[in-house]
Write a protein that binds this ligand. Structure first.
Ligand SMILES: *Cc1c(COP(=O)(O)O)cnc(C)c1O
Length: 356
């Protein structure tokens, strides 16, 4: 047999992205919404399927979807880019502005897909560090900008997996530096609706800032794979040249438009999750664990006198799955729990108290 073709040499050592699923009663490991979309949404989407002209390509520019999303954020459709999950938004950004010969900056620990996709495009990644409380200093930002001269700088607020929000003063200061350097600042706000502030207020047509959002978490639509960004029109028009034609199918566009009509239901769910988050953090603070403040729909904690992996297994034995970050770099011994329904959260707290 002749030799098999190998993948690109620069990808040979890369691992894929994994989020192991285990079949247990209480699954609190992937930051999804614990609530399905409202029944009326599902019914109206089913009705919309009948009107689809399946023999035609979808609206390539997804004009109505972009218009509705833009209206929600007070901008026109020319400042909205939508794609298959915010992961495809990130990929398109990096294909356009990173790639071979360019550098991308991340501040760790953060969402693994930022550096992963940057590497896939052939870019170099420079990693900045946070302190023990997962707080980023402007000195560290300055060090990374000077050392790497990045084209694209990532912030994630609230940050996954720490839950911490970047303060407005920090984002404003980073944006000033990125602007002066002629680079692009990407603020990943996948959990933006759960937070106390949003960087969308810093957006202008003349600022090299984009904010990415997703339907996967707040909108109870992880199955639909839909995300978007808001940014300057001159960025959006470049992304439109790079993304594959007709990448957003007609049903997804419909689902995305329809979901926005249920904003009230969504806001009520966000409020319920934020309240439960407060309850979980309060209860954890009384246990033998270290816990960090969260602006998201999840909470990071670290058992003090027990090994994180052992606690993770103890929870699993009691039917509760959380994300095991215990062996991840910079997250030694940490676990991350997604806020679930009240009953699920009670099951988690009970299992944790028993395990500890
Ligand atoms: C979950 C998550 C996303 C969402 O990705 P989708 O592709 O929209 O599902 C993006 N960024 C962060 C930080 C996330 O945690």
């Amino acid at each position: 047999m002749s030799a098999r073709i190998r993948p690109r040499d620069d990808l040979a050592l890369m691992e894929g992205y994994h989020s192991p699923q285990v079949d247990v009663p209480v699954r609190l490991n992937t930051n999804e919404s614990p609530f399905p979309p409202p029944a009326a949404f599902t019914q109206r989407l089913a009705a919309a399927v009948h009107d689809v002209e399946w023999h035609r390509y979808p609206d390539r520019a997804a004009t109505e979807l972009r218009t509705r999303i833009g209206a929600m954020h007070g901008v026109g459709p020319e400042r909205v880019f939508a794609a298959n999950g915010s992961n495809e938004v990130l990929q398109t950004l990096l294909l356009t502005y990173a790639g071979f010969g360019r550098t991308v900056a991340t501040f760790e620990p953060t969402y693994a897909l930022h550096s992963h996709i940057a590497h896939l495009t052939g870019a170099t990644v420079i990693e900045g560090e946070r302190d023990d409380e997962f707080v980023l200093s402007l000195d560290e930002v300055d060090r990374v900008l000077a050392a790497g001269n990045p084209s694209v700088v990532f912030l994630c607020s609230p940050n996954n997996p720490t839950g911490r929000e970047e303060p407005r003063e920090l984002v404003t200061a980073v944006l000033q530096r990125v602007t002066d350097r002629g680079a692009l600042l990407v603020v990943d706000e996948a959990y933006g609706q759960f937070a106390s502030w949003t960087a969308t207020e810093l957006l202008t047509e003349d600022t090299p800032l984009v904010i990415t959002r997703t339907y996967s978490k707040t909108w109870s639509m992880a199955a639909a794979r839909l995300g978007y960004l808001i940014g300057p029109g001159w960025v959006v028009s470049e992304l439109d040249k790079i993304v594959l034609p007709y990448h957003l199918d007609v049903l997804k566009q419909q689902a995305g438009i329809l979901a926005l009509e249920f904003a009230e239901d969504m806001n009520a769910r966000v409020a319920a999750i934020v309240e439960e988050r407060g309850r979980i953090v309060g209860r954890l603070a009384a246990l033998d664990v270290q816990v960090w403040p969260s602006g998201a729909n999840f909470v990071l904690f670290r058992p003090r006198s027990m090994d994180g992996a052992t606690v993770w297994k103890g929870l699993l034995d009691r039917g509760v799955l959380v994300r095991n970050c215990a062996s991840w770099p910079r997250l030694d011994g940490c676990l991350r729990i997604t806020v679930g329904t009240k009953d699920e959260n009670d099951a988690f707290l009970r299992a944790l108290e028993e395990t500890l």
